[in-house]
Write a protein that binds this ligand. Structure first.
Ligand code: F0G
Length: 351
């Protein structure tokens, strides 16, 4: 087994010799050059493919630490509200730690792969007749009232674990990129990356802090609008959030880094989602394409210089949301099981 993420970055994380390390061998995800996207954007674009984590999203970086600390504290159950990925990650790490796991999901709004994952890992699922923000409100109440540990990103261990994404980027590139682009939902991840870059700078491992570029879906863009959205809507169900918990910290990351937080439409998100799959071979979930949609939008305004290094965080795997993939793809050609019919339908000509 490759070393646990917590072991690799132990000196930066709040663990002691007594902390039981709950790991599924997370992190160490690929940083892929993106030649087609680079040409379109007019800069040097890399993709940090977080879909390669054990539960298929970046959440595992924070969950390994949050669940390890929950286990250390002796609590018997972990609880979270989720648009799906946090829940899948919590369920898997709680199973590994033999802790009870309770997840509250917005009913009817969670992608199929995430539901499957949560169920198979034995979590107790509550489908809340409301949105993510309402579910999170209930989880905060439960965690304040009962002996259950909240593993949403309001839990500081989640943020600390997710800092490791920034560490890995700098370890590969040798410095911070000029820009980092990413989707923003509950705003924990942008908070975590910015904290990670700053921590690495303090440790003398980084000279250049990146400018943070965050992108919300246009139908769920409270930070861009400057006010909560009571009925958030977007095809990118992972970031269908109207009142992000780490709102202030996301604004701080934006302002301290000289970056921006902007909105992209569902059409822009789906176009980037298709481009990533068909031109770069990277199948991600729709929310994960929001950062790429964002840099494509900025590129149209001449935002980047050719020498700019831009890292996009591809936050979750495409298999999380098979329904959106199938709905976005052309229908397969149906043919009889005959060699000639298949060859001629494909337009193949013999040599
Ligand atoms: N991308 C994906 C695939 C996500 O699942 C999320 C958040 C984000 C981006 C946004 O990250 O919330 O830290 O700003 N998913 C949460 C969940 C809300 O419940 O799985 P954020």
């Amino acid at each position: 087994m490759s070393p646990a993420l917590i072991e690799r970055y132990r000196e930066f994380l709040p663990v002691t010799a007594d902390t039981p390390i709950v790991t599924l061998s997370e992190g160490n995800t690929p940083l892929l050059p993106a030649p087609v996207l680079s040409a379109q954007v007019g800069a040097e674009v890399h993709l940090k493919f977080e879909g390669c984590n054990p539960t298929g999203s970046f959440k595992d970086r924070g969950m390994t630490l949050a669940v390890s600390k929950a286990k250390e504290s002796g609590v018997e159950a972990v609880v979270c509200a989720s648009t799906g990925n946090t829940a899948a990650s919590a369920a898997a790490y709680a199973a590994r730690a033999r802790l009870r796991c309770i997840v509250l999901l917005p009913e009817g709004k969670v992608a199929l792969g995430k539901l499957a994952h949560v169920s198979m890992c034995g979590a107790e699922v509550v489908a809340v007749k409301g949105n993510f923000d309402e579910a999170l409100e209930i989880v905060r109440y439960l965690a304040n009232t009962y002996p259950v540990e909240m593993v949403n990103s309001l839990n500081p261990y989640r943020i600390d674990g997710q800092m490791t994404g920034a560490f890995e980027i700098v370890d590969v590139l040798g410095d911070g990129p000029v820009y980092q682009a990413m989707p923003v939902g509950n705003a924990g991840n942008i908070t975590a990356y910015w904290k990670g870059y700053k921590r690495y700078q303090e440790a003398g491992r980084l000279q250049r802090l990146p400018r943070m570029l965050g992108f919300q879906a246009a139908g769920a863009a409270p930070i861009v609008l400057g006010k909560p959205v009571s009925n958030p809507e977007t095809v990118a169900s992972a970031i269908r959030i109207g009142n992000p918990a780490s709102w202030k910290d996301a604004e701080a990351a934006r302002d301290e880094s000289g970056g921006l937080i902007d909105a992209v439409t569902d059409e822009e998100i789906l176009a980037a989602y298709q481009l990533l799959g068909s031109k770069e071979g990277v199948f991600c979930e729709p929310a994960s394409a929001a950062g790429v949609a964002g840099i494509l939008k900025l590129a149209k305004e001449g935002f980047f210089k050719p020498s700019d290094q831009v890292v996009c965080i591809i936050t979750g795997h495409g298999l999380k949301d098979p329904d959106t993939a199938i709905a976005s793809a052309p229908t397969p050609t149906s043919l009889p099981a005959e060699k000639g019919a298949v060859a001629s339908a494909l337009g193949l000509e013999s040599q």
